[in-house]
Design a protein around this ligand. Structure first.
Ligand code: AMP
Length: 329
């Protein structure tokens, strides 16, 4: 059993890409590992969220992750701001994080360029808070996307730097969690390569059947193939990519055959695709509605999660204080 940690940003709702690209793997991961999943509410402050919206967003992502299958009996699910030990470790690690290296971080430079009027110190030290999130549980594995690899590298540097500065072998060096197979990328229905919130092309897990039908109906298509076994243009291949994920193999084979023999009717393909997406999302959507309004359930999950997370975090911070010279009288 390895300790694995993953952060969830409390922004927006979960879409089909999040589900197949991340959640399905998290659900498997929690069976085999000591998993910590936290909602990164402190991290979200770099963009100054509306205080009313902050709580709503946290409630949303918590409800959606639980509805999709994260299990508080198998994993520790908690709110970052409930574990003050993380803030203490962040402060301590900041003393070993240098301006030069932080300012060079790709994500910092990108965010600073996008929002030149809000280049705050929290944004600059974002990788240090991320390192604190990971090191507070001495996590060994972190599932990260390509854009986060540099942050994980920085976490390893802070761990090494701490160990060497104080002459200890205390923090392990975390590495990327390997899901074993290639990660699935869910494309957009608008012909773009990726389904994403900022692309505005998402099918959300909370979308009802009518909304999904409408979105699929609007997907980009053309006149159809003009010769047998023609290579599909990207926007048609995208529909097949989603079909391969949500539909039975015989359904996929049926439409492949229709394509190859120039007999495909996009109306039929879209109808089937919408139906199979709806079959996946409907049970999740129903659970989202139930969980979201069940304050007692949410409070229990978050309180118990905070308890378990703090138990792990307080052990680490106690040792860190000792190592750094904070001793009791
Ligand atoms: P985001 O909400 O865009 O930060 O995405 C959170 C995580 O969901 C990412 O790190 C990916 O693992 C996954 N993800 C997001 N969009 C997609 C997509 N279109 N296909 C596959 N995985 C995705």
């Amino acid at each position: 059993m390895e300790t694995v940690l993953s952060g969830i940003r409390p922004t927006g709702n979960l879409h089909l890409g999040n589900y197949y690209g991340a959640l399905v793997n998290f659900i498997k991961m929690q069976e085999e590992n000591n998993c910590f999943f936290f909602i990164a509410d402190w991290h979200s402050l770099t963009t100054h969220p509306d205080p009313k919206m902050l709580h709503e967003n946290v409630r949303n992502v918590l409800s959606e992750y639980l509805a999709a299958g994260l299990d508080p009996d198998k994993a520790t699910i908690y709110l970052q701001s409930d574990v003050k030990e993380i803030a203490e470790l962040y402060l301590l690690l900041n003393m070993h994080a240098y301006l030069g290296e932080l300012a060079k971080t790709v994500s910092f430079k990108e965010k600073a360029r996008q929002n030149p009027h809000n280049v705050n110190a929290g944004l600059l030290t974002y990788p240090v808070l991320q390192a604190a999130d990971i090191l507070i549980h001495k996590a060994l594995k972190v599932p990260v996307g390509k854009d986060q690899e540099q942050h994980l590298e920085m976490t390893r540097n802070y761990a090494k730097r701490f160990n060497s500065k104080y002459g200890v072998d205390f923090f392990p060096e975390p590495t990327a969690y390997n899901f074993g197979s290639e990660l699935i990328k869910i494309p957009g229905l608008d012909g773009s390569g990726k389904m994403g919130k900022s692309e505005g092309n998402c099918i959300y897990l909370h979308d009802d059947a009518k909304t999904i039908e409408k979105k699929v109906k609007k997907a980009l298509t053309d006149q159809g193939p003009t010769e047998p076994n023609q290579v599909k243009p990207d926007y048609i291949e995208n529909l097949f990519t989603i079909l391969r994920v949500v539909s039975k193999p015989e359904v996929v084979a049926y439409f492949e055959e229709k394509w190859n023999t120039c007999g495909i009717r996009y109306g039929d393909l879209k109808k089937q695709l919408a139906e199979d997406i709806i079959a996946v999302t409907t049970p999740i959507r129903e659970r989202i509605i139930n969980i979201r309004s069940d304050n007692e359930c949410l409070r229990k999950v978050i309180t118990e999660g905070a308890g378990k997370a703090r138990e792990s975090a307080s052990k680490t911070i106690k040792d860190v204080r000792e190592i750094m010279g904070f001793k009791a009288f």
